[in-house]
Write a protein that binds this ligand. Structure first.
Ligand SMILES: [Zn+2]
Length: 259
């Protein structure tokens, strides 16, 4: 049951037919795991907190650097040198004290991935390194959770949703179906090598927040089976249909024993 404060806080989304009180209760009951509180995580965490996502766990083991501040708008200059997870969690709690925000200053590893993923409903990949991305992708498939993927570098972004082992979406691609092998730094340079423009990271993180909210509400049309590419230089949004690969090393047959 929503209380008077909830009715006021969420008034502008409660009046939407797509949400209503039932939808808001779903949002408040949802548990999401945000892997990475950087350029994508910063706007995403604020939007999810503002929308009343009831349980948000923020995973990041980095400290804030001054070079993060051109895009990671959840942080302030005074935060430089101290843990991102702490400041990101504080910002979310200050925006919305009625939700549960927890933080873990750890990196996602094989040893902690099962517990972290299975204790949440949705996994959101806001990481900046390939090793963690593939671990998140494989684990989301293996443990049956939807994965909201985003990536950004320079003025280019990518967003998709993977639900290969989620009821109603069997047969849709997993992360490895679309990105079969781990690229090296030369093939896919990160932000520290190639640069990144803040609003582009903001766009991708914001679209990830939108997809997450739609998944929680059970809206039928998400980016499952589609990869949205953003070419910021020309303001182009390009959509690519994605398909499962029978020989996928994660979801292909015979089932692989990854974990
Ligand atoms: Zn696959």
């Amino acid at each position: 049951m929503l209380n008077d404060k909830d009715l006021e806080r969420y008034a502008r989304q409660l009046i939407m037919p797509a949400i209503g009180e039932d939808g808001q209760e779903k949002l408040l009951a949802a548990r999401v795991l945000v892997v990475g509180a950087g350029g994508l995580g910063a706007p995403l965490i604020l939007y999810l907190a503002a929308a009343g996502i009831g349980t948000i766990t923020i995973l990041d083991d980095d400290d804030v650097s001054r070079s993060d501040l051109n895009r990671q708008i959840i942080y302030r200059d005074d935060d430089v040198g101290s843990p991102k997870s702490r400041h990101a969690a504080n910002a979310a709690s200050m925006l919305n004290p009625d939700i549960n925000v927890s933080r873990l200053a750890v990196r996602l590893k094989r040893s902690n991935v099962e517990k972290l993923i299975t204790s949440h409903d949705i996994v959101i990949d806001c990481t900046d390194n390939a090793k963690t991305r593939y671990l998140v992708g494989d684990a989301a498939h293996h443990f049956g959770r939807p994965l909201v993927f985003g990536g950004a570098v320079r003025m280019e972004g990518q967003i998709s949703v993977f639900q290969s082992s989620v009821k109603g979406h069997f047969g849709s691609p997993c992360y490895r179906c679309v990105f079969p092998s781990m690229p090296d730094v030369k093939q896919a340079p990160g932000c520290s090598e190639a640069g990144i423009l803040g609003p582009l990271a903001g766009l991708v993180g914001t679209l990830q927040a939108l997809e997450t909210i739609k998944l929680i509400l059970g809206q039928p049309r998400t980016l499952t089976g589609r990869l949205l590419l953003i070419e910021g230089a020309g303001s182009d949004f390009i959509e690519i249909r994605t398909v499962a690969r029978p020989d996928c090393s994660c979801c292909g047959k015979p089932a692989k024993d990854i974990f």
